[in-house]
Each structure stands twice: as C-alpha cells, then as structure tokens.
Design a protein around this ligand. Sequence first.
Ligand SMILES: *Cc1c(COP(=O)(O)O)cnc(C)c1O
Length: 377
Amino acid sequence: MEFETLCLHADENKKDEWGTLTMPVCQSATFVHKGVGVPSEFSYSRLSNPTRAHLENTVARLEGGAAAVAFSSGMAAVTTVMKLFIGGHIIASEDLYGGSLRLFRNVNSGEGMSFDFVDTGDIAGVEKLINKNTKAIYAETPSNPLMQVSDIAALADLAHKHNLMLIVDNTFLTPYYQRPIELGADIVIHSGTKYLGGHNDTLAGFAVAKTQELAEKIIYYAKTIGACLAPFDCFLIERGIKTLPLRMDAINDNAKHIAEWLKNRREVKKVYYAGFKDHAGYAVSIKQSTGFGGMISFEVESKSLAENVLRKIKVFQYAESLGGVESLITYPMLQTHADVPKDERERRGINDRFLRISVGIENIKDLIEDLRQAFEQ
Ligand SMILES: *Cc1c(COP(=O)(O)O)cnc(C)c1O
C-alpha cells in the first residue's frame, strides 16, 4: 500500500463485532477476564487499550518500525526512551527542541547520565565524542530552530560501527517526508502534538522501535512509568493522521513561497529554511527526505522590528508549538529557548531579532499579505 492509503488503512487488525469504520474511543480503564486464568486481549488501559493499539499499529507502519508506543506527550516519549540508557553517555544534536535539552541537561544529567551536544551534521565531530560509556546518538533533523540537517544514514553507520543506538526525532518532517528507520535509525521519536495530530488541539508523543525486542523494552518502561496516551486523544491523533499527506503537501508549498518572500525582504538578514538550494544540508535533504516541511526561522534587522511583527500579525498567531493547520509565529528567545543560557543562545544566533514560523494551510495570499502588513513599522 502507498503512504496515503496507509494513513487510512494501516492497521489491518482493526475489527470489532459492530463493523465500525472508525476506530471508536474505547473509554474503559479495565477489561473483564474471560475466565479464570484466561485474560482478554486487553487487561488494563495503562498497559494497553484498543484505541491506542490501533493508533500504535498505524504509526509503526507509517514509520516502517516493528512497533510504536503512544505517550501522553512528546516529552513523555523522550523521557521514557531515556530510561533505556540509565547511567550512559549520549551524544545529541546541539540544536535541539528546548524541552529535550532541558530534560537532558537539568534532569537526566543529575540522574547519572552524561551528554555531549554537537552539530550532528558533522559526522567526524560526533565520532570524536564517542567514549566507552556512550550508548546512543540522539539527532533532530532538520533541527529546531536553526534547521540544521544531519545525514541519518551516515549517523546510523557510525552508531552501529561503535555498537550504539541511533535515535531520531522525526517531528519536523513526519514519516510522509522522511523515514529514519529505513535509513538505519533504531528508534524514532515524535511529538504527535505537531504534524501527526496536526490540528493544535491534542498533546501526544510516540516512540517507534526498529525491532520487536527493542519495542518490548520501551513498552516495559512505558507501562511502568505510566505516561500513556488517553483513548480519546488516541482517536484525535488517528483522525489527524488520515489527512497527513494532504496537510503536509499544502504546508510544504506554502512554506516554499514564504521562505522566498522573506529572503527577498531588505529587513530580513537571514532565513533558515532547509529547502533553499544554498542551504548547507540541501544535498543531504534531497537524498533522505521528499519534502522540506513547514518550519522557517529568520532574523530581522532589529529587535523593534521583531516585536512589531509579533504585535501586528493577524492571520499568523503568536503562539508556541508548530505543525498544525494554523500558521504560528514564535519568539524562541522568550518561549521555546528561554531556558538555554544566553551566551549559548546568542552564539547560535537565537537572539532578540530571531523569529520562527510554523506554516499552516491558510491561503498563501493571506499569509504573505499578513507578513507584509506586519513588517510595516
Ligand atoms: C514539541 C516537540 C517535542 C516535545 O513534544 P510535546 O508533545 O510538546 O511534549 C519534541 N521534539 C520536537 C522536535 C518538538 O517540536
């Protein structure tokens, strides 16, 4: 089956006695045993639930993994996966989602784990950091918010040469545009809150494992820690996935236009967008993904202009998050990256002139017109 069809029909196991077309919300905490010592397929909803199993089967198939586990948020997925590496050393992308950075630095580091942060696009640079305690490489590509691209196949080769696991956060491109497991990754992470759900209305997260053996370990931690996705939220994410390809294509097209428009503005000093032919990671992007997604960051000439844009924007909404049908704009310095030390933020270009947009599916004319009027001082 092709990807668009899988988004609707990936879970061939879904069948019930009523013949429901749509997987219903199975709102039950527990399940009745069939007899003494004869459990039902499901026993307790922290461990597993029919609506969640349906969603997990869908996501596993879209990512080409052996199994997927659905969590109550992307951060719950990352937190649970990190339990596989207790006491170990991890090499992670330096340009990382702010919450993952906070988890690694401020929580996991205090629990006996250690981290090095590096540009994971630089394979030799990653290799230099491997030591005898290193357990995994954790990459986000394209990265957030600087849109740095890492070569997943090259990272997988490096990881496996040293007996490490490769974890890829695939939130930005989704399996519609990029399938890390096919490129060699061992675990894929998602914030399902973003493009998979796609409607800015539900929090969710996923961990997808390449092998069943690895999935079993994640499932063990997931059921023990308990950050599982509730049945109704599973239903909403499943519904979002049905239109994933349509939304991604609309977003991808809109983003190309907006990136070009920003590039041609005199007041814009720099545009970070993986789809530019002169982007350092363009060749790798073309090789490993089939779209560039909807994320664009840019630097304007002054702090006052950045604030002006945020104040005047009408169609774009000034809100955290990304990946939904509504276009959003964020000020990373004050929002997603507020916890990153100032020196480091400035060094990487995340300053008071730096804005990030998540392009939605509105008509491109309205989006461009909105930006145009917001740039007027
Ligand atoms: C949002 C996000 C997360 C965290 O997901 P939540 O659902 O907000 O917990 C992780 N990685 C990336 C790339 C994200 O954008």
